[in-house]
Each structure stands twice: as C-alpha cells, then as structure tokens.
Write a new protein. Structure first.
Length: 281
C-alpha cells in the first residue's frame, strides 16, 4: 500500500500560501507520500464567493498545490463499505475514486478547481459541490444530537452508565467492547457470526468508533470542545490507520492519538505547531 498522508483542512488553508507551500511540497515529495483528498475536504474548502478572492483565493492555492503532487481521492465512507464487504479479510488497498496521476499534469489543477467552483458542466455528472455543502451542513447540524442518541442507546442496552458526576463510562471491559462493536457494525446490512473480529480487520471503522468513544464518552482531554464539525474530523481521521502521517487540529489530536494507540497504529499525528517544526519554521 502506498505511503499515504492526509492533510486536514487547516493545513490546506494555511500551508498552501507562498510562505509554506514550497516547503510542505518538498517535505511530501522527499518522503514519497501520496496525498489523500476527499469530498469532505472539498466541501470545507468550497467558497461560493471565490470570484472575489483574487489569484491567491484559497481554492486556487489548494488546486495548484495538489496538482503538483501525487494525490488520490479516497472517500472514508467507501473505505468503510469496502472493509465490511471484505470482512473478515483485511483491505489490501484503498478504494480510490480518482488517482490524479491519471490526468495530464497540466489538467490536474483545473480539474480540482472546477469541482471547488461548481462548474456547470459537472452538474450533469452529479458533481455538485453546492449540494454537497448543503447536505454536509445538515449532517453537522444533526451530529451532536446523534451522539446523544448513541450514548442513550448504550445506557438503555446496559453497556455504559452515567456516573454521579454526570459523565459516562463502560460498565466493564466486556460491556465496553459490546458498545464499540455496535458502532462498528452500524453501516452493515447484516452482521456476520464472526463480528467480534471487527477491531482487527476493519481498522478505519474501528478508528471512527474509538474517536467517538474518546471524544464524547472517555475523553483523554477534559478541555476539548464538542462541535458539530467533529463529524467531518472523525470521518477523515478514520483513514489514519492506512496513513503514515495525518495532520489534526489541537482539539481532535488527543482523541485520534488515543484511538490509534489502542489500534497499535504507527500513523504519526501532526498538529500545527509540530508541522511548523518539521518544515523548519
């Protein structure tokens, strides 16, 4: 499997400027990384007012930056579906929607930019970033209430309990695993008899489950704020078990680090401060 690297939205926004773009690109190329890009990132980068942004508008910078690198489009939800479909075997490769190397180098920037700008000719093929943005905002708006329902169902099933202090915890290790497995298989139409192997053979799904656990039920940091946008972070960082490096913001870094520790993953999580050090800033 290639040496994958995932760049969070703040990285694409802040490190594609003239100050950092060259250094970050050199870092990626010198380490032989393949950059993972996806629809969530595109939606977060979407700027309906791009015409007022000038030649250094964020979308232009990101398209120019990614167009010069080995970049693949991988959708987290397609990875989850593939893990379920391949169970109990592990994935030997990620389901790639598009490898930008399939396009001539001169066309890659424009291909990304056309999506980010919602070019009319793409609408006929179902590529509608304005619609994606609306749907994504709806998902974000419902996310925290969904988390509350997940926790309430765990309490009802007797796998987690509310403490006198108002926090939640697992009844015991066995019940904790029951709770985690119920989240692992939430996308499956049927649950196979060997479902208990989920954590070892479906690392992306289990990573998203553990991020939910550590961010909302047993957080490693008591100060991390819970936000509707967490759902996007969790979905994208669920690809971390397949990556060598992922960037993450400071509120999500403790969560994903704890999840990866439990998964015995070697993926390196890099925050803004750490990335500046790595790039020699």
């Amino acid at each position: 499997m290639p040496n994958y690297l995932f760049l969070d939205n703040w990285t694409l926004s802040n490190y594609t400027t003239a100050e950092y773009a060259h250094r970050l690109a050199n870092f990626i190329k010198s380490n032989g990384y393949t950059v993972i890009f996806n629809g969530i990132s595109m939606t977060e980068l979407y700027n309906p007012g791009w015409e007022n942004g000038g030649v250094e508008e964020r979308g232009v910078r990101v398209a120019r930056f990614l167009g010069d690198l080995h970049c693949v489009i991988v959708r987290p939800e397609e990875v989850w579906k593939s893990e379920i479909a391949n169970f109990p075997a592990k994935l030997s490769s990620l389901p790639i929607v598009l490898d930008l190397d399939a396009l001539p180098t001169s066309h890659r920037k424009d291909a990304i930019l056309h999506v980010l700008r919602g070019e009319r000719n793409l609408l006929y093929n179902g590529i509608d970033i304005a619609r994606w943005s609306t749907e994504y905002n709806e998902i974000k708006n419902n996310w925290l209430s969904s988390v509350n329902k997940i926790i309430a169902e765990g309490v009802r099933q007797g796998t987690i309990v509310k403490t006198p202090a108002g926090r939640y915890q697992a009844v015991d290790r066995v019940k904790r695993e029951e709770f985690l497995l119920s989240l692992d298989w939430r996308l499956a139409n049927t649950i196979p008899s060997r479902f208990y192997e989920a954590s070892s053979v479906m690392p992306s799904i289990r990573c998203s489950t553990l991020c939910t656990w550590y961010h909302y039920i047993d957080p490693p940091s008591r100060t991390s704020a819970k936000k509707p946008s967490d759902i996007g972070d969790i979905a994208q960082l669920s690809l971390a078990p397949y990556c060598a490096v992922c960037t993450a913001d400071t509120k999500m870094a403790p969560t994903i680090k704890q999840a990866l520790k439990e998964l015995s993953s070697s993926c390196q999580i890099v925050t803004d401060r750490e990335l500046k050090v790595m790039l020699g800033s």
